[in-house]
Design a protein around this ligand. Structure first.
Ligand code: CA
Length: 227
């Protein structure tokens, strides 16, 4: 059983109830808040381990809440999974750019929610060992050795490809927008040319061979490593 606290911020009570029930069943401690402004107070009073955040909310909306949380050092690392509806694709991208960890598109299955929550929490627990490297399926990124192994075979990467791989693996399971990758891998402040990202991903996939499918394209958003 887990004693991690999940805060559900959702004003549609039927959705909140389903989430509360299913996460509770998995052993999580669950709190529900329907208003964005009250959620902020609650988070500051008792920081949860993860927030499931609806976008359209009374008080303060989900994107604004994300912006506030990420700006504050005390809450900047709090994992956020956005709950988005059809027609909120733009908001979804903005949310990911603001630093949300992942999103779930409504309607979602309770099982999917539980899997995503666990994936994000597990990744955080594992992040202490990130200096050593990452292993996902047949991929192993040896960070101190500055090398990538695919099925135990050394694969030559350029410095940029290595950085890109490191960022993607470090945030595995989470979608990374092209803008975010341009900023975190290339250090670009603006969306100079997002095709740069696509070109490098294409080259990386070619080098990954049998593990190429690990890098998933999330249409209209960016890329993600399948954990
Ligand atoms: Ca709503």
């Amino acid at each position: 059983m887990s004693d991690e606290l999940i805060l559900i911020v959702e004003d549609e009570s039927d959705i909140a109830e389903i989430l509360e029930y299913n996460l509770g069943k998995e052993g999580f401690e669950v709190e529900v808040e329907a208003r964005g402004d009250l959620a902020l107070e609650r988070i500051r009073r008792r920081p949860p381990d993860l927030v499931l955040l609806d976008l359209m909310l009374p008080g303060v909306d989900g994107l604004e809440l994300t912006r506030i949380l990420k700006r504050d050092e005390a809450t900047a690392n709090l994992p956020i999974i956005m709950l988005t509806a059809k027609g909120e694709e733009i908001d979804r991208i903005v949310g990911l750019e603001l630093g949300a960890d992942d999103y779930l598109a409504k309607p979602f299955s309770p099982r999917e929610v539980v899997l995503r929550v666990k994936a994000v929490l597990r990744r955080l627990e594992g992040s202490d060992g990130a200096d050593e490297g990452y292993t996902v399926g047949g991929l192993r990124l040896d960070v101190p050795g500055h090398r990538l192994l695919v099925e135990n075979q050394d694969v030559q990467l350029t410095a940029t490809e290595f950085r890109l791989m490191k960022v993607l693996l470090g945030r595995r399971g989470r979608v990374q927008t092209r803008t975010r990758l341009l900023s975190d891998v290339w250090g670009y402040a603006d969306d100079v040319d997002s095709r740069t990202v696509d070109t490098h991903i294409r080259r990386l996939r070619r080098k990954l061979g049998s593990e190429a499918g690990r890098i998933e394209t999330v249409i209209g958003v960016g890329y993600r490593i399948r954990a």
